[in-house]
Ligand binder design. Sequence first.
Ligand code: PHE
Length: 334
Amino acid sequence: KQIRETFSTLDPKDLQSVEKIRVEYLGRNGYLTKLFDDFKNIPNEKKKEVGKILNQLKSEITDKIETWKNVFSESTKPKGTNLDLSLEEYPFEFGTRHPISLVKNELVEIFKYLGFTVYEGPEIEDDWHVFSALNFPEEHPARDMQDTFFIEKKPDILLRTHTSSVQVRSMEKEKLPIRVICPGRVFRNEAISARAHCIFHQIEGLYIDKDVSFADLKQTLLYFAKEMFGSETKIRLRPSYFPFTEPSAEMDVSCKLCGGKGCSVCKYTGWLEVLGCGMVDPNVLELNGIDSKIYSGFAFGMGLERIAMLKYQVRDLRLYFENDVRFLKQFKNY
Ligand code: PHE
């Protein structure tokens, strides 16, 4: 009883003191060992009872010592116990996300909320996916050498000039309804300047279902504009032309800088052009094996550099491709 009591008050702080306790209790001259030595002097009729008590005490003490050992031994020691908090931090800086990635991620999040999923496709394409399946007439200027980088002629292998090609691929593969956004790099044969580049990024969206209307398109774009540029943002749709949409429109957002009053950024119009859109031309649906009497859809497409320009006020396109750290570093807090 006494041994149990004193043992229960013990509270070792490290492996060494645990070992000391072990020797004190279980060692060759330990308290418990001595008790066991005395066992032979116990009268026979009491041996059973006393033996039981002794064995129990021994296993209690052995277990406790084992537990202590585990707690203090190196291998089970919690990581970081040896941390030296007075050490200097590592001398490297974390990188920053590229503004185009920032804009892309933000767009993906916004459209995810409306049920759009990301759909990706190849950058090297054929004539069918980039032009023919999208209702481009045979002699359309976009097919011209001036715009398109051809890798091979007849059959035409080329670098995609827009990610509408990925929309074609989604119509080819996916079951209806389709609700996708297609981010990616696109290529156009243009002289590089502050306002144009031979490579840039797009996100295009496609929604095909029964009873999709122009009102659905407008509401989707209004939601996007408010999320992207602020809740006070207004949109305006101007009639336009694309071979794959009918009717087609271009969307402007109200200029945030002047609040629509007119400034040098919006060229004193109060509006900034951000994207092209429209109702998917029934010809495109039919070309892609979708019954245009049952289904309708809308599509839209925008340049990410353009959105980034409006969002971050960076007006020279070339900066997005040079990867100058002095430029990239400025996006640390976004
Ligand atoms: N594909 C068009 C472009 O590259 C953008 C667009 C997409 C327009 C979808 C209308 C509908 O300019």
